[in-house]
Ligand binder design. Structure first.
Ligand SMILES: Cc1ncc(COP(=O)(O)O)c(C=O)c1O
Length: 402
């Protein structure tokens, strides 16, 4: 039976997932919901570049100058110098040899897998990897083994099981969207044979962590030598689309082999213009990242001081799990009373019954941040310790744990 409680129109998910209410974002850090303006701690537009006037200006200038849709694959007549310009900028920003744009962050991993299919004896994947990595794992068309979330020891055990002749590709998120934790990439490389490849989905880390915002590789002090980094343009860059950061050789191979790349229309050019502008802003305004770090530290520190256990992670994501569905309803009410949108979500590889996830941005005000800390701290007795290393989800219950 599907159980679903409602507070106003806010769904409390238990067994079934229902379509969430449509929301209208306003004033960058607020949302209109049922006629009320509520603080919005959700989405992954970490620097609110999706509403930055310069990004919007580049979008409309791009529309006037280039039109909307090239309406052809880049491998036929749809190529344009602007795609190459953005790829060069992305390769420069992330210090990769090359970059290749694809239609969305989700399909970055699939395009890599389509290209490298047949090259590996085993795919090893973090049990809590994003669904786009699980879909890519299947597309490698070779046995897939999962390992315990963020565990180099578990990875080493799986490597051992594969035997000395194995050729391995390891799939993991760089920063996990459920709680902002980062994969121990350095430890993974130590646990792997020297010819193994890492495919890191850095959708959440790109632009956000690392000294220069280069993501989990920079954060872990790793180069692209053994690593393919995939990113979305829709989070830190507030735009849309995906990119693969890799060697020039792999870029050429993807162009030659990936049906997904060859057989699809590239991003609309105004989006490419907007992303170029977003990258310029990320490069120019270093304070965006430092503000994000300060805001995250303020919320984490405030909650800790008030006795709440919140996983200590580098990312701007705060996860909180209610004790039961009655507690969920009470917390939702408390958040609404504090004029905060109660972002209770159900997402693959997160707790099966849903959880509260608050995403901090560089643009929230101090009073919004304090309000969030106060509202959550007041609900402390309704929350239980959340530890994703051990948390069971629908997916992990179903999969064979190694
Ligand atoms: C880890 C991860 N990978 C890939 C994606 C997909 O990116 P996009 O929304 O650009 O398709 C997401 C988006 O939510 C994500 O969280």
């Amino acid at each position: 039976m599907h159980i679903c409680l409602l507070v106003g129109s806010f769904a409390v998910y238990t067994m079934a997932v229902i379509e969430p209410e449509p929301l209208q974002q306003v004033d960058r850090t607020f949302v209109y919901s049922r006629g009320r303006k509520l603080s919005y701690f959700a989405g992954c537009d970490y620097f609110r570049l999706a509403s930055h006037p310069e990004v919007l200006g580049a979008l409309s200038a791009g529309l006037k100058r280039y039109g909307w849709n090239v309406a052809a694959s880049r491998m036929t007549t749809g190529n344009h110098f602007l795609y190459q310009a953005l790829e060069m900028q992305l390769a420069g920003f992330f210090e990769a040899e090359a970059a290749l744009l694809v239609p969305s962050g989700y399909v970055t991993n699939l395009a890599v897998a389509q290209t490298l299919t047949g090259q590996f004896s085993h795919v090893l994947i973090d049990e809590r990897a994003h669904p786009s990595l699980w879909d890519a794992a299947k597309a490698f068309d070779t046995p897939v083994l999962s390992f315990r979330h963020r565990s180099p020891t578990a990875l080493a055990a799986v490597v051992e099981r594969c035997g000395p002749a194995a050729s391995l590709v390891v799939l993991t998120d760089g920063m996990f969207s459920h709680d902002g934790s980062v994969a121990p990439l350095k430890e993974y490389t130590a646990a792997l044979p020297s010819d193994a490849t890492l495919l890191v989905d850095d959708a959440h880390a790109a632009g956000v962590i690392g000294l220069n915002g280069q993501g989990s590789l920079e954060y872990s002090n790793l180069s692209h030598r053994r690593v393919i980094q995939t990113i979305t343009l829709s989070k830190a860059m507030g735009s849309y689309g995906g990119a693969i950061l890799c060697s020039a050789v792999l870029r050429r191979k993807i162009i030659a082999k990936s049906h997904l790349f060859v057989g699809s229309t590239p991003l609309p050019l105004p989006i490419v213009s907007a992303t170029l502008q977003a990258l310029t802003i990320l490069r120019r305004e270093k304070t965006l990242r430092s503000k994000l770090t300060q805001h995250t530290a303020y919320v984490r520190g405030g909650l800790k001081d008030r006795g709440l256990f919140i996983p200590e992670t580098p990312g701007p994501i705060v996860a909180a799990k209610p004790k039961n569905s009655a507690a969920t309803v009470k917390i939702q009410r408390a958040l609404l009373k504090a004029a905060i949108y109660p972002s209770f979500i159900s997402y693959p590889n997160a707790p099966a019954t849903g959880y509260f996830r608050f995403v901090i941005s560089s643009e929230h005000t101090n009073s919004q941040l304090k309000n969030l800390v106060d509202a959550l701290a007041d609900s402390a007795d309704l929350l239980r310790r959340l530890d994703f290393e051990h948390e069971q989800t629908r997916e992990t219950e179903q999969r064979n744990r190694i």
